[in-house]
Write a protein that binds this ligand. Sequence first.
Ligand code: ADP
Ligand code: F6P
Length: 324
Amino acid sequence: MAKEVKTIGVLTSGGDAPGMNAAIRAVVRAALSSGLKVKGISRGYAGLLAEDIFDMDTMSVTDIVQRGGTILFTSRCAEMRTPEGQKKAADICRKHNIDGVVVIGGDGSFRGAQKLSENGINTIGVPGTIDLDIACTEYTIGFDTACNTAMEAIDKVRDTSASHERCSIIEVMGRTAGHIALWCGISNGSEYVLIPEHYDNDEQKIIDKILSKRRIGKKHHIIVNAEGIGDSQGLAQRIEAATGIETRATVIGHIQRGGNPTCRDRVYASAMGALAVDLLIAGKTNRVVAYRDGEFCDFDIDEALAMTKDIDEHLYSMTRRLSR
Ligand code: ADP
Ligand code: F6P
């Protein structure tokens, strides 16, 4: 028989992402509306291990659906990677009568959730990361906002790049994944998008393309470079030296992690938070919420973590075709 869940805890872990607050709000409100108690856990696993735990009610999550960041704070916590830390975390949950936990974060955070579950605490993961690098889901909380933020920043760089007839390299986040770069490459009409999944280190190809575009009358050039390739300053210097075209590098950085979430991030984060609570109520554990083929669903965390995420090859070949 499924273990009855009476009190759930909620935490955010790893890098923050716009829309996490909408997910927290959904977890709290869905749980309260189903007659459960809710405890907020501050600063991810670090706060859990420090027993930084407090009661949440409906007013705890008022006026947050539109806010970036996470009201619960977040952290990266080395102790949670140890078996002792994992057991201690589960014992602390029991001490506070928490019998189900919703973990909002990325792959790393799900590994922590997996360990909580192994130690007897029902745990559900909700994918929160701007990187879109979680294999089981086509959507992660924050990706849409981060892409929109980066897209708007690149539009602005384009204005000045065009005025000065320059080449601009804009580096976007994504850790080792090129999803944000790919979407920005398309939405900003870049001439080149450099992503780790397809990078061949052939800078001469980039230089040749810039020169051939100059010959047909192009006055400025936009190259979107993924963080996973990096070295945007070095690349700018080498392109300028080889082409004689003034080249500047802009690293957008953490601006992409902040700001008010888009409508899509608010709505999907809300749906995922509410689904996580329903899974706990149904007695499920070691599951991660996902969005696939137009539906919200859930996967076993072990299976989810074993999957590999590929770049959208259709989008990648399309961007190459359109930037000729
Ligand atoms: P993300 O969740 O965004 O991928 P991290 O990889 O930094 O971010 O992971 C967030 C936190 O999850 C880590 O600081 C750690 O506390 C926990 N974590 C990561 N990997 C493991 C693991 N193998 N076992 C237990 N906990 C882990
Ligand atoms: O995972 C989100 C992310 O913003 C990545 O895109 C980036 O590589 C990393 O986190 C940056 O981490 P930090 O905020 O610790 O510098």
